[in-house]
Design a protein around this ligand. Sequence first.
Ligand SMILES: [Zn+2]
Length: 678
Amino acid sequence: MALAVATPALCQPDKSSNVLVERVGETAFIQLRAPSFQALTPRQQALAYWLTQASIAIDPIIYDQLSAYGLQEKRLLEEITAHPKGIDPAAMTKISEFAKLFWANRGNHNELTSQKFLPAFTFDQLEKAALVAQQNGAFQTAYADLPPLKTSADLKHELEPLRASLFDPAFEPMTTAKSPVGGKDTIQASSNTFYPGLSLADLKGFQEKFPLNSRVVKGLDGKLTELVYRAGTPNGKVPPGLYATFLKRANDCFEKARAYAEPAQAEAIGHLIRYYQTGEYAEWVAFGTAWVQNDATVDFDNGFIEVYRDARGAKGSSQSFVTITDQPITTAMKKLAENAGYFEQKAPWDAKYKLQSFKLPVVKAVETLVETGDFSITTIGDNLPNENEIHEKYGSKNFLFTGSSRALDEATGKTAIAEFAAGPAEIERNAKYGTEAGRLMTALHEVIGHGSGKLSERVSGGAQPFLKEYFSTLEEGRADLMALWNAWDPKLKELGLISNQEEVTKAMYDSAALVALTQLRRMPHGDTIEEDHARDRQLIAHYIADKVPGSIEQFTRDGKTYVRVADYQKMRQGVGMLLAELMRIKAEGDYDAIKALVDKYGVHFDPALRDQVLARYKKLNLPTYFAGMNAQLTASFAKNGEVEKVEIRYLDDPVAQYLDYGAMYDRGLDNFSLKPSR
Ligand SMILES: [Zn+2]
């Protein structure tokens, strides 16, 4: 389960910093830096190199998962961007800006709001540009499974079917529509390709053999079948499936990485290779089991992991990251984990939902080397694996992406809280303790939030099948509330994890109350929230304001809306009430109750208030969205193929990074020999 960042919405750009390398409209491109890389041994650096190559290898998959047109559009934009010569400069500027946003969001829907964004160029301009690029050598090779486009007729034939997807706002307007309109159900209204052409009614009673990693389609005989995401086994016993090209390439990189990994990590990598070959869930569980018990300095994840993109909550989207442990912060986090049992006992819910014994979670603060697929810089914490059967037995691994939080902080600098804070006390508190509060919130959320609580017999296999499209909102809300609840606990002071408990905790509460207002800027259209983290945050703020009068108050000053925590202890009382209820709902799998709660407090907002928030932000000229730029690792090789040396550098140009990634597949299907580096 991932935790997306809540605070940058309040931040002001700091011009002295240069991690922010590019801005396109509301989106800022920020460098992820990993200074710990220099301290790695050559063997660890070689491991890091091949793991990042595996991450790059799976990157295209998400474009296809989010839209049936994603890969073709990706190739089209990359080929034009790589061959700009002779293209009308005005059109080229617009195409290039759109391409950057397309890469940043892994397609033409905003990754946070799920809403489609449109190009500033016309279809004719696009076609002309593509034809000029083609004359200059574009489209002459295959891109993964897409054939070359040798003639202008080929190119036009390719372009026409992309017209609606790119230019028609009414065509597939959302990646994932959890509250669909216009008579369509949640999967019909979503552009993602988990169930193309199907309705929820079609899926009723259908039992998937590969729930996490397959596309469900209707065959010619009218029966449903699964197209499994898998590479196939070398002996041909298991045939290749969907995404075989990408998974094979990833496996080639994993084979190389395995040679540099310590035995326990090598075992995990072996299971992942097997999983990508066969698609078998048992191998995925074997991977997760080995992976969760391994705490290597150079760590990674790679797979079909989070189910947020599927309104049905079953299909995993492809994602990966490679990280290096940030040692000092990690040591502090370990203390929290060692006391998980203490916090469980002090949780405000019914004793029958309390765990008696704990597997200590692995807690690690990390710097990120690479993030690809459905994983972005705004994910500042992650608790994995998601499989209940693994974390109940072996615990879970908690990542705090300190490299990402640092980059976001540096890029956006001091808060724009002057605009939104209720008063001078909140401004001062945020300046002094805001960063610490944000880090502590993330740590508590991941370390003692998600792992807490015991389920009833009835839902012992996991609450997800019971709570369906509300599960993720509930789970993120529960973890946030555990953080808010425990921030007051004297244990944190005793463990040396908090400087000024009163003020840090108040800063955390200020932010939790205010975010329901400020996050509205991320929903520029409509009047409903789709994204689970955004829903959970509004649920918390609005529920408490409604149930505990005098806790959180909304007021108007000079025609502007503000939010203030009027009484911190009353707010904490509300935190406890909602936390106890969410835990009960999870433990009992009470769908009706979570639906009622989220629909009432977490989904709807006042569009007039949103417009006001947007207008105030517009004046501040802050970025709304953030795209991470990965470090570039370049390896040199000895004659025997061994890695001799790995160098790290930070790119200033998003185009360079994405064209470099795209180039991994421009030699077509027949050539699987690995390009050592570019
Ligand atoms: Zn979370």
